[in-house]
Design a protein around this ligand. Structure first.
Ligand SMILES: Nc1ncnc2c1ncn2[C@@H]1O[C@H](COP(=O)(O)OP(=O)(O)O)[C@@H](O)[C@H]1O
Ligand SMILES: [Mg+2]
Length: 318
């Protein structure tokens, strides 16, 4: 990615009707609240401005080098000095006990951490050679390259399935029309393994779908803006086992084209779906979370280097 906003992705108020001004001067469609837009990672809030070896894995597009990243909430250090290589076109799982900073680090990767009042992060996060925290890099541009899917599926309930897919473009004032829109919607819904289930009801509301379908719709929405990276924070924890398997299969499939980073509490899931696993922990509640170790998933699960990793994956902690 480049330090400038790719053509056609910056929102403006031309063409999109009716709109309300977003915090960063962006257009937010009237049916979408600004809070929703911020939560989706599409609009910046006001004022936002040593790694484990992965021998054998080629450097693919979408590679992320995280170096010395620390994240604060006010004066509280939540994530301390993380350095980690996240391979492109692969699935990386973040595992570790609650409170160790997995979600915080994930949000730092697409510059959503800084949206929280008083929150800030230090260190560098380099995606394909560009420091996402670098001066002059626009947080909104970062979020179009680094998409996010949350634990609870959050389609826009009042929008149709079709418009939900297009929401990221609509909010940027770049809504495609006619057959271009139809083609993109089909392509993204196929990518999200949802097309066959919804192709005859694209005008129905987003919340008319089951939880698992809604989560796949959110994935279709995330890929519609052509990101390089898709971040997922416990994307299956609100879903039934069948829907979970569908999302797992989808995550593997997405890794052919995107860098996928998934936070999961499910060890079996991390083992099944990820190429690389990063284990985070903290000395005790309230202490900062740290990266304990990371490496190819098979190695980390079969021969962890650190006793704390073994204890966690064998269920003795957390
Ligand atoms: N919005 C917030 N404001 C203040 N502290 C927060 C906020 N979100 C998380 N934290 C704190 O940051 C630490 C890491 O939290 P989190 O990233 O949610 O961990 P995990 O996802 O691993 O469970 C915890 O101590 C948590 O209380
Ligand atoms: Mg979390």
């Amino acid at each position: 990615m480049t330090a400038t906003v790719p053509a056609g992705t910056r929102a403006d108020s031309s063409g999109a009707s009716p709109v309300q001004p977003g915090a960063a001067g962006l257009a937010v469609p009237a049916q979408m609240s600004l809070a929703d837009a911020v939560e989706m990672g599409l609009v910046a809030a006001p004022g936002s401005a040593g790694s484990a070896g992965l021998a054998g894995l080629p450097v693919a597009p979408g590679h992320i080098s995280i170096t010395g990243v620390s994240c604060y909430y006010g004066s509280h250090l939540a994530v301390a000095d993380v350095s980690l290589e996240v391979p492109g076109r692969a699935v990386t799982a973040f595992i570790g006990p609650s409170g160790c900073g997995k979600s915080t680090l994930l949000r730092a990767i697409n510059r959503m951490h800084e949206v929280i009042p008083g929150a800030r992060s230090l260190g560098s996060i380099i995606l394909d050679g560009v420091d996402l925290n670098g001066s002059g890099v626009d947080a909104v541009a970062v979020r179009s390259k680094v998409g996010m899917v949350f634990q609870k599926p959050n389609p826009f309930p009042a929008m149709s399935i079709k418009d939900n897919v297009l929401a990221g473009l609509i909010i940027r004032g770049a809504r495609p029309r006619g057959s271009a829109a139809d083609d993109l919607v089909e392509q993204c819904l196929r990518r999200a393994h949802l097309w066959d289930e919804v192709k005859d009801r694209l005008k129905k509301a987003g919340d008319s779908l089951s939880g698992g379908q809604q989560q796949r719709l959110c994935i279709a929405r995330a890929v519609a803006v052509q990101p390089d990276v898709v971040l997922m924070d416990e994307p299956c924890s609100a879903l039934d086992p069948i829907s979970t398997l569908a999302i797992e299969e989808l995550m593997r499939d997405l890794a052919q084209d995107y860098t996928v980073v998934v936070v999961t509490h499910n060890m079996a899931q991390a083992n099944r779906i990820s190429d690389v696993t990063a284990f985070f922990s903290l000395a005790q509640a309230g202490q900062p979370g740290r990266l304990v170790e990371s490496g190819p998933t098979g190695d980390l699960f079969s021969a962890p280097k650190v006793a704390a990793t073994r204890d966690y994956i064998e269920g003795r902690f957390g």
